[in-house]
Design a binder for this molecule. Structure first.
Ligand code: APR
Length: 241
C-alpha cells in the first residue's frame, strides 16, 4: 500500500490559502479565535462566518483541483499497489480530481454535524445558528439565535482527528509513505512519517521547502506541488508500476 498524506500546500496553487505561510489563514487571525469548541460556544457567528467564507470559495467555481491532485488520482488508478490518501485538508479537491480511497482526518468543509446527535449532512451553503438538525429538529426556543445546533464538520484544536484507527493500520502496513504540502507543525499527522519509516516503508517528502520533520524522510523533493507531484507519480509508475 502507498499512503499519501496531504496538507494545505497541495491546494495552494488552486488558490486556497495555507495556514502558516506568509499571508496564510492563521496569519490573519489567531487559531484560538476561531477553530476551538470554546469559541464556537461563546461566539458561534464568528466561527460560522470564518467557515462560510472558506466554503463559498470552494463552491463559487473559483477553485479547482490542480495537477498535483490529478496526479494522485492517476496514481490510484494506475498503481498495482493500493493507494490511500489521508488529507488534513477540508476542501474537496482530491474528490473532484478523482481520488476515491480518501480519508479527511480533519473533517470536511462541505459537511455539517449536529452537536446533539452527531448526524453529518452535506452543507454547500452558509451555516448559521438557525440551522436545524434533520434528525433532532430545530434549535429549542430557549436557545434560538444564541447557540448553534449544527457545526462545521471540521476537527478543531483540542479535538481528536478522524479515522485514526484506519490510518494507524495503513501506516503499519504501507510500503511507501509520501507527505505532500504539510509543514509538520500539527500532530498526529506530523508523526506519520516516523511511524511509517519504523514500519519499514520508504518515506518521501514533497514540499515547497523541508518541513519541520524533514529528517524523518529518506528523500525530499522540493518545489511547487503541481510540478513535483506529477513528476514523482510518473517516476513511481515507470519504476514500480
Ligand atoms: N507546493 C508545495 N508545498 C507548498 C506549496 C506549494 N505550492 N505552498 C505551500 N507549501 C508548503 C509550505 O511550505 C508548508 O510547509 O505547504 C506547507 C503548508 O503548511 P501549513 O500551512 O502549516 O498547512 P498544514 O501543514 O496543512 O497544516 C496542518 O494545521 O491549522 C491546522 O487543521 C489545520 O490541517 C491544518 C493543519
Amino acid at each position: 500500500m502507498i499512503v499519501v498524506l496531504t496538507g494545505a500546500g497541495i491546494s495552494q496553487e488552486s488558490g486556497i490559502s495555507t495556514f502558516r505561510d506568509s499571508g496564510g489563514l492563521w496569519e490573519q487571525m489567531r487559531i484560538e479565535d476561531v477553530a476551538t469548541p470554546g469559541v464556537f460556544r461563546r461566539n458561534p457567528d464568528l466561527v460560522y462566518e470564518f467557515y462560510n467564507a472558506r466554503r463559498r470559495q470552494l463552491t463559487d467555481g473559483s477553485v479547482r483541483p490542480n495537477a498535483a491532485h490529478k496526479a494522485l488520482a492517476l496514481l490510484e488508478e494506475k498503481s498495482r499497489e493500493p493507494v490511500l490518501v489521508v488529507t488534513q485538508n477540508v476542501d474537496d479537491l482530491h474528490e473532484r480530481a478523482g481520488s476515491r480511497n480518501l480519508l479527511h482526518m480533519h473533517g470536511e468543509l462541505l459537511k455539517a454535524r449536529c452537536v446533539s446527535c452527531g448526524k453529518v449532512v452535506p452543507c454547500l451553503g452558509d451555516m448559521s445558528v438557525f440551522d436545524a438538525c434533520p434528525a433532532c429538529g430545530p434549535v429549542p426556543d430557549a436557545a434560538k439565535g444564541k447557540m448553534g445546533r449544527m457545526r462545521p464538520h471540521v476537527v478543531w484544536f483540542e479535538e481528536m482527528p478522524l479515522y485514526m484507527q484506519e490510518i494507524e493500520r495503513a501506516l503499519a502496513g504501507c510500503s511507501t509513505f509520501v507527505s505532500i504540502g504539510t509543514s509538520g507543525n500539527v500532530y498526529p499527522a506530523a508523526g506519520f512519517a516516523a511511524q511509517a519509516r519504523s514500519a519499514g516503508a520508504d518515506v518521501v517528502e514533497i514540499n515547497m521547502e523541508p518541513s519541520l520533520n524533514a529528517h524523518h524522510f529518506h528523500a525530499g523533493h522540493y518545489g511547487p506541488a503541481t510540478a513535483m507531484v506529477p513528476a514523482w507519480v510518473d517516476a513511481y509508475l515507470a519504476g514500480k508500476g
